[in-house]
Design a binder for this molecule. Structure first.
Ligand SMILES: Cc1cc2nc3c(=O)[nH]c(=O)nc-3n(C[C@H](O)[C@H](O)[C@H](O)COP(=O)(O)OP(=O)(O)OC[C@H]3O[C@@H](n4cnc5c(N)ncnc54)[C@H](O)[C@@H]3O)c2cc1C
Ligand SMILES: NC(=O)c1ccc[n+]([C@@H]2O[C@H](COP(=O)([O-])OP(=O)(O)OC[C@H]3O[C@@H](n4cnc5c(N)ncnc54)[C@H](OP(=O)(O)O)[C@@H]3O)[C@@H](O)[C@H]2O)c1
Length: 527
């Protein structure tokens, strides 16, 4: 007999038995009566997952998974970041949904509504087995054993520790369209340790002004006791820490339809509950909009809260090294603010840090360990880092770590931002590192300081020979930041450099880059 789960995986005996059985089923292993798999030859062939690329569009990913068993199609629908925000990696989340053990289809934060919708459509065609409801509730089914060992003292997504805000410092100088803050948190007393490359999971609180407005619209006292998904809470606390006020659910529209006094509002709300494609057409972007647009619908606070999706944690690439900042963690947080439908919207977590968390107050956090995004074990190896915008975060951590550890390997950073004057994040620190010889090369691309756009990949092409030489010396190549456009463009530039400098055709260059990734020398942390 063999157990598939490691001994220290955080599950109760019934969960362990069920999980061993579940994974055995997936792998084609025989099961014994207690759910422990007996050794047998796996029958499911090892599958390549070419859609597991966060820079690839959803439609393209779904095409690649077409015709495969539903688990793989579900996986292709995920954000492909393996970020752990949902409590799983992409593949186990897909497996849990396919088996019916996981009912919440909205957990993939990076994939957002498009992912949730694709999953719903796939399940309409291939529903989970009817027996699925009998599986035990799983806290955190897989993928985070490393989290357990690193985030010591049992700190995890579901058992976060409280970190204290030391300072939120603007990283911009003067005018900017892209405000970014360095958030310094104290980890003293939490037992949390991390490695450069890891991310910090943060459980933010919703905007307190919005919470008070919703309470007053629903004519409810904040102290009112309610039951939210079986647990007791008061209304203000539940609105602040437990529910997602950004994305209205079909359940909310249906509830509002039931409570609307005006017939036409009720009909419209019922339509929105059926078809989420109409939601944006009605100028609805968040939960508050629903209350403002449909004034005759005022459900009681308890059902209202239970109709909302749960608040999810946000991840931030760690921007500090413990060697340089003992007992601290720093983040590089871009403040999300935008106008739509004649209204201003604020991102929850970035504005929580920027506006609502006072110095000295605490926030629940945990470590999300990186999957293959770490400094080379051999510190004499050169590293090339491409991190425009907030993508610089992990590279500040890398540089601090290498400097503090006395690493001999060369470091080359490509940084991009809109304007040199306002958006050169960590400028003083980077220039000092250059002067001290710790940062061997710093190449900047300020996109809007001249008539034509200049991006990091343009600088890479200008320095093609240098990049090729460093790669031949064994350099590791890292990319962090925008997944949708930048990561794909940088990938194309890297292949172009390999092709030109290495005198290879496109296919050989692509194979070379694929091999770099397989060897752990091409690593991406994109979002
Ligand atoms: C692995 C990982 C690492 C990350 N590292 C960092 C980091 O180092 N620094 C950093 O700043 N962020 C980072 N992020 C992103 C971060 O997790 C949050 O997503 C980000 O801060 C926004 O969160 P929020 O709560 O402020 O905004 P939310 O309340 O989540 O709002 C953001 C949502 O608003 C919507 N939106 C945003 N802009 C517009 C617009 N113009 N029009 C319409 N809708 C819009 C989108 O649906 C978007 O998803 C990372 C993400 C991942 C997965
Ligand atoms: N999920 C979220 O809600 C959330 C929140 C915050 C950030 N993010 C993402 O995090 C990433 C970083 O955001 P950021 O605001 O710090 O920086 P950013 O938007 O990536 O901008 C940084 C620099 O990159 C440039 N750039 C734009 N397109 C590019 C491309 N295709 N290739 C290379 N460079 C490109 C920008 O130029 P121009 O602007 O002049 O074109 C700017 O000079 C972005 O993807 C952003 O979408 C997501």
């Amino acid at each position: 007999m063999m157990a598939l789960l490691p001994e220290n995986a955080p599950f109760s005996p019934p969960q362990r038995a069920w999980l061993n059985g579940f994974f055995a089923g997936l792998m084609g292993l025989e099961q014994t009566s207690d759910g422990t798999p007996a050794a047998a030859a796996p029958v499911e062939e090892e599958i390549d997952t070419p859609w597991h690329d966060p820079a690839m569009a959803l439609a393209e990913r779904m095409k690649l998974a077409e015709g495969k068993p539903v688990k793989w199609q579900l996986m292709a629908a995920m954000g492909q970041l393996d970020c752990g925000q949902c409590g799983y990696l992409c593949e186990p989340y897909a497996a849990q949904i396919a088996s019916g053990a996981e009912k919440d289809l909205n957990k993939c934060v990076p994939g957002g509504k498009a992912t949730a919708k694709t999953i719903r459509l796939l399940l309409e065609k291939s529903p989970p087995p009817a027996s699925a409801g009998q599986t035990p509730a799983l806290e955190r089914p897989t993928g985070q054993n490393a989290a357990e060992s690193r985030a010591s003292a049992g700190v995890s997504r579901d058992r976060p520790a409280k970190a204290k805000l030391l300072a939120a410092t603007a990283l911009n100088a003067g005018e900017t369209d892209k405000p970014v803050n360095n958030i310094a948190l104290s980890l003293a007393g939490t037992g949390i340790r991390y490695q450069p490359g890891d991310s910090l999971g943060v459980w933010p609180a919703n905007n307190p002004d919005e919470v008070e407005l919703i309470l007053s619209i629903l004519k409810t006292k904040g102290s009112k006791s309610i039951t939210l998904h079986g647990a007791a809470a008061n209304a203000r606390d539940a609105l602040t820490r437990r529910v997602n006020l950004r994305e209205p659910t079909a359940e909310l529209f249906a509830l509002m339809a039931d409570h609307a006094h005006l017939e036409f509002e009720s009909v419209r709300l019922a339509m929105l509950a059926q078809n989420d494609e109409l939601v944006a057409d009605y100028g609805i972007h968040d939960v508050f909009d629903v209350l403002v647009k449909f004034r005759s619908a005022r459900p009681p606070i308890g059902p209202f809260l239970n109709a909302l999706a749960p608040l999810q944690p946000r991840l931030y690439s760690i921007a500090s090294s413990l060697r340089a900042h003992p007992d601290e963690v720093h983040l590089t947080v871009g403040v999300v603010r935008y106008d739509l439908n004649g209204r201003g919207y604020h991102g929850v977590a970035s504005n929580f840090f920027a506006e609502h968390l006072a110095e000295g107050r605490r926030v629940p956090v945990y470590i999300q360990p990186a999957h293959g995004f770490a400094l080379p074990a051999d510190s004499s190896k050169p590293v090339i880092m491409v991190g425009p915008g907030t993508g610089i975060a992990p590279f500040r951590a890398f540089l601090e770590e290498r400097a503090a550890a006395g690493a001999t390997g060369k470091n080359w950073l490509f940084f991009g931002a809109q304007h040199e004057a306002g958006d050169f994040l960590y400028r003083d620190q980077l220039e000092t590192l250059v002067r001290d010889g710790q940062l061997t090369r710093l190449s900047t691309a300020f996109s809007r300081d001249q008539a034509q756009k200049i991006y990091v990949q343009h600088r890479m092409i200008e320095h093609a020979a240098g990049i090729w030489a460093w790669l031949n010396e064994g350099a590791y190549f890292y990319v962090c930041g925008d997944a949708k456009r930048m990561a794909a463009d940088v990938d194309a530039a890297l292949k172009e450099i390999v092709s030109e400098q290495g005198r290879m055709d496109a296919a050989a260059a692509a194979a070379f880059v694929k091999q770099l990734a397989k060897d752990g020398r091409y690593c991406r942390d994109v979002y």
